[in-house]
Design a binder for this molecule. Sequence first.
Ligand SMILES: Nc1ncnc2c1ncn2[C@@H]1O[C@H](COP(=O)(O)OP(=O)(O)OP(=O)(O)O)[C@@H](O)[C@H]1O
Length: 264
Amino acid sequence: MNGTPSPYAHEVVKLDSVRKIYGGSKNRVAALDGVSIGLPRGSFTAVMGPSGSGKSTFLHCAAGLDRPTSGTVLLDGVDLGPLGEKELTELRRERIGFVFQAFNLLPALNVVDNVTLPLRLAGRRPNRSEVDEVIERVGLASRRNNRPGELSGGQQQRVAIARALVTKPAVIFGDEPTGALDTYTAREVLTLLREAVQWAGQTIVMVTHDPVAAAHADRVLFLADGRIVSALERPTADLVAERMTHLGAWGNESTAPRTSHGVR
Ligand SMILES: Nc1ncnc2c1ncn2[C@@H]1O[C@H](COP(=O)(O)OP(=O)(O)OP(=O)(O)O)[C@@H](O)[C@H]1O
């Protein structure tokens, strides 16, 4: 306690020796097997790896949706370990935004009401100009009064992103946020996430199977058998696909996705 700032103070998400074990002695699976990583504020991180490598478990433990078997998770400086369920729920509501593959909008509510829902759930009064700004940022100013059923998939995901941004969370976790979108719409949504990092200094962590999606991030973490086995800074889709191929991620080479340059 000498007043020197912690070198990790800028790390919004910090995992230290996190292990998550499922099953018993006969069917034991180490879904996470000693993961230590810090994710800096204002960074965009993609998490990739073969099926079953632990991506969802990583996201769930980092976001306080699941508890590690051992190790610590700090979110915006708060140790999640000692928190009870109620405190965890509050922390998720106050400091975390989520964007899922299924947009999870409420069909009866229009765009504005879907976007402001987390604020109202937290007992906070939506600030009209801030809400207008975020809706404009995601390109839905002319759709404010439409319901989700009247919007395209890409527009619905934009609503979900606005809803995640409006609380100014410490971090947004994305679970395959472009998984249900066509290539063109996916690129628009990824560009929007990238812009949120730039304009709002937003921290984003995104699980994806898609090298093109991962290439929008600042850094890609590769998981295999519950461990972070490599990382790629300033990734390109071709380099990500190549790294995944080395991890045996595609199983059958002929089913591997091709990037723009044909790399599998
Ligand atoms: N609730 C659970 N009970 C038992 N085993 C589980 C449970 N959840 C995950 N696992 C196991 O933990 C390992 C990691 O799973 P996880 O879902 O995190 O992988 P993933 O990389 O997200 O996979 P995918 O890309 O297929 O979604 C897998 O072997 C999985 O079978």
